[in-house]
Design a protein around this ligand. Sequence first.
Ligand SMILES: *Cc1c(COP(=O)(O)O)cnc(C)c1O
Length: 404
Amino acid sequence: MTLAYSTSTHRAIQQEHQYIAQTYPRPPFVLTKGQGMTVWDADGKAYLDFVAGIAVMALGHSDPDVTHAIQSQAEQLVHVSNLYYTGPQGELAAQLCAHSFADRVFFCNSGAEANEACIKFARKFAYAHNQPDRTEVIVFSNAFHGRTLGALSITPKPKYQDPFRPLLPDVTVLPLNDVAAAEAAIGAQTCAVVVEPVQGEGGIHVATDVFLQALRAACDQHGALLVFDEVQSGLGRTGTLWAHESSGVQPDLMAVAKPLAAGLPMGAALMTERVHAVLQPGDHGSTFAGGDLVASVALTVLQKVNTPEFLAHVREVSLYLHEKLEALESPHILEVRGRGLMLGIELDFPARDILQAGYDAGFLLVNAGPNVLRLVPPLIVDRAHIDALITFLHDFFQKVGAQD
Ligand SMILES: *Cc1c(COP(=O)(O)O)cnc(C)c1O
């Protein structure tokens, strides 16, 4: 059988406009092929990909081991549901536990679902400990935890939340990295404290080690659960397997998703045995979750990312990228921040201007909020790709400077 769809730019865009729910603005080209750091559009134009499908394609496009895992598992078994025992999910869970704080894993299909699972399990934890009134969830300014109603309720952005009220009750929003505010707020009513060790969509804000340590202490003091949302920061993105490692703090629950299955939809809620002890058959579930295809691909991702050499490469190139960005020295750059290959450049103009110039010059770039350019390339990015980006950014800021 040949392709059942047309790859003409005009037709793909026309069909999107006519038949797809109009919830995403998109630039006017159609991507059809990827290899390593590069993607091509239907007209054959190449783009260096500094977005990676929103921090998803850690191994880049068309990684041969991922392709092999997809092909060989597709020939074996794709999906039978969680009514039955299957092979890859148990091995994947064992490896995630061996390389994290966790004792148990609940699989799901996205980052939002991973956070939904964490919220439900924290609620069940309070309920099972005869504290049904312990319902407060504390989150932080600029947090992003997803778009489903539960995850949206803990994503304090009026534009996302206001049309969908009423949301989950008892959500408290505190300033990130304000230890005193967190210590004052966390109490006997607090069910869970949810935090991204490095905030992604909200503008690449890093939670300090001291802050995460203070959250852990306050949660322990008051019997609340600490939840890390590592959907974007996890699995090597910051140069360690988990972004929270530098803090020495371990959470009770952790949400993982974006890069987990190399672009196939997969999420996971990792938990300690203490949390798992309150769960019973039927408490939560998902038809697709942890299926053989996604789980075998995720095993491949974990095996490739979680090696000392691969993580050292991430740290080495991210240091290089960070230094080059710092050296750009434009008055329009207000701050360069982030960790590893999760960097943000705060601008004094809308980031969309730079995205547009990037498309023209052959770069995929993404923002994180209105005026932060976010760099989350595949973790296989090398110095030559970075040099090309820096040349583009240098020229761009020169032109902006000339217009002042
Ligand atoms: C992307 C993201 C989510 C939501 O993931 P989806 O797969 O889009 O549902 C949740 N938390 C963080 C930190 C994210 O970056």
